[in-house]
Each structure stands twice: as structure tokens, then as C-alpha cells.
Ligand binder design. Structure first.
Ligand code: GDP
Ligand code: MG
Length: 293
């Protein structure tokens, strides 16, 4: 008997969804930083076993839409509720209960089995954890609760075993060699975006988008050129930095990670372009792949 199915990871920003996804998939697929909204797309990771195939999706955190980009990000999270065989609702030991109540209500109504994962329990003592579990039992009575630490890989095995039990019978959806549905360029893009998030403050990372314009691989190295789009001239100056120092740092940080990812030498060229108000332009968002159709 073969089992296969879709396991979708949802929850508020910054609770550890991407960290968990990477534990479950065993490769560094989603980018992870301590800033929220790092994950903008739904990212799939596929795990194959002899008699099963699990297709994980990591979603952007839930947030109330207040501009077009966020609104299409929320669509990814809402659609993740409908097309799952198992839903992993991730919360952590820090966030409050009333956050994004409207999304929790949707989770409560779904017929999909829900595993409620209380993450970051490394930050809690036992009494607090027990109290938290009790609270969640009343908030989501149908869900099965697993206290975990994604960062320390604690209790992840039990989550995985339960997922396998819940997985429906069926043939594999994807070629069993496939690791993910995203092309190589996508990972380059995500790694560069991660470095921008780590190297700049405030609104800068949220005003930028990255596009890989060329990706050429030979047997010795990969040559990549990518553009960082910003919304205003002033942001372009900040991205580049004094004497180009900031952009250089982003480039060399990203290059190192890309080299590890592909296990190959990489030559990375970065350019900065102003694309006014890209976040509110529907056609631009389509081009960057944020709007599903
Ligand atoms: P996402 O926005 O839900 O995808 O969250 P991320 O996976 O990007 O993680 C957000 C932050 O929480 C990062 O700094 C992680 O290192 C941290 N984090 C994730 N899991 C744990 C955990 O089990 N314990 C602790 N202490 N931190 C964690
Ligand atoms: Mg994430």
C-alpha cells in the first residue's frame, strides 16, 4: 500500500513554520530569519519514502491585508486550508491567543485533520507549557496537540509519525526524485532576499524584490546575475551603501550560501533598479509570481 498527500504548514508570522518545514524535509528549503514576512510564497518540499510521498507547503504567515502584496499573501494561507490532507497549525510559546482570530476560526471549521504544534517549548518551563496546552485545547478542541522545538528538533519524529498515519492511500503525485516544485532560480532569489532581510533595517526589506535575470551553469561554476528592485531612489542609495559596501556584503553573503546550496563555485552579480511602487501594481506582482491564477 502506498500513501501520499499534501501537508500544509500554517500559522502566524515568526512562529517557526519555515524552521519546522526544513526539519521535516531535511534540506534547507525555506529561508529563515527572525523577521516576520520572510516567506512570501507557498513553498513545497517533497519527502519520499519507499511507501509514501509527503508534499509539504510552507506558507507566509497570516496577516491582515493592508496593501495588495499582503492580500495576495493571505490568499496563499487561506488556500492552504482547503487543499491539505493534513494541516499543521504552528503557534509558539510567545504569541497571544487573540492574534488573527479570523484565521483561527477558519481552522476550526475545516474538516482536514489538524495537528496543533506548540513550538519553541525550549523557552518555557513545564507548568507554563501545561497551561498553554490547556488553553489551546479549548481554542481548537478538534486538533491534536504536539509541543515541539523546531530549532532543537524536539518531538519532530512524533509529528512525522502521526502525519504518516493520517496520510491517505494513493499513488505519488510527483516524480519520486523531485525535491521541490520550485526551480533553481527560486532558491537563488530566496537566498538573496534573506541576506537583504538580514542586512537592512525597517521598511527596506519589505520594499525590495529580487529577480534572477540569468543563471548559467557549466561544469566548473554557476554565473548568476540578479536585480534588486526598490520602490524609490532613496532606497536604492541605502541598498548600495557607502562606496557600494552594503551591496557588496549582501552579494558575498548570498554567494557563500548559494555555493553551499548547489555545491559549486558561484559568480554572483547584483544590480539595483528603481521600480516605483511595485507592491501596489498588479502586473508587477504577477511578474514576480505573487498572484495565483
Ligand atoms: P516563520 O515565520 O513561522 O516561518 O518562522 P521561522 O521559521 O522563520 O522562525 C522565526 C524565528 O524563530 C527564527 O529566529 C527561528 O530561529 C526561531 N525559532 C524557530 N523554532 C524555534 C524553537 O524551537 N525555539 C526557539 N527558541 N526559536 C525558534
Ligand atoms: Mg517562514
Amino acid at each position: 500500500m502506498h500513501k501520499s498527500g499534501f501537508v500544509n504548514i500554517v500559522g502566524n508570522p515568526n512562529v517557526g513554520k519555515s524552521t519546522l518545514m526544513n526539519d521535516l524535509v531535511g534540506e534547507r528549503i525555506s529561508i529563515i530569519t527572525s523577521k516576520s514576512q520572510t516567506t512570501r510564497h507557498r513553498i513545497m518540499g517533497i519527502v519520499n519514502g519507499e511507501d509514501f510521498q509527503i508534499i509539504y507547503s510552507d506558507t507566509p504567515g497570516v496577516l491582515k491585508p493592508n496593501y495588495k502584496l499582503q492580500s495576495s499573501m493571505l490568499d496563499f494561507s487561506t488556500s492552504a486550508l482547503k487543499d491539505a490532507d493534513v494541516l499543521l497549525y504552528v503557534t509558539d510559546s510567545i504569541e497571544s491567543f487573540d492574534k488573527n482570530q479570523f484565521f483561527l476560526e477558519k481552522v476550526q471549521k475545516t474538516n482536514v485533520p489538524v495537528l496543533l504544534l506548540i513550538n519553541k517549548i525550549d523557552l518555557l518551563d513545564e507548568a507554563k507549557l501545561l497551561a498553554l496546552v490547556d488553553r489551546w485545547k479549548s481554542v481548537l478542541p478538534k486538533a491534536e496537540i504536539f509541543p515541539i522545538s523546531a530549532l532543537h528538533k524536539f518531538n519532530i519524529d512524533n509529528v512525522l509519525n502521526r502525519i504518516k498515519e493520517l496520510l491517505p492511500e494513493g499513488e505519488p503525485y510527483f516524480d519520486k526524485d523531485a525535491l521541490t516544485d520550485k526551480p533553481a532560480r527560486f532558491f537563488v532569489n530566496e537566498i538573496i532576499r534573506e541576506k537583504i532581510l538580514l542586512n537592512y533595517d525597517k521598511e527596506i526589506p519589505y520594499s525590495t524584490e529580487v529577480a534572477v535575470e540569468s543563471f548559467k551553469e557549466d561544469d566548473k561554476m554557476i554565473r548568476i546575475s540578479a536585480v534588486i528592485f526598490v520602490e524609490r531612489d532613496s532606497q536604492k542609495g541605502i541598498i548600495i551603501g557607502k562606496g557600494g559596501a552594503s551591496l557588496k556584503k549582501v552579494g558575498s553573503d548570498a554567494r557563500k550560501d548559494i555555493e553551499v546550496f548547489f555545491d559549486k563555485k558561484v559568480f554572483l552579480q547584483l544590480f539595483v533598479k528603481v521600480e516605483q511602487d511595485w507592491r501596489n501594481k498588479e502586473n508587477k506582482l504577477k511578474g514576480f509570481g505573487y498572484i495565483q491564477n
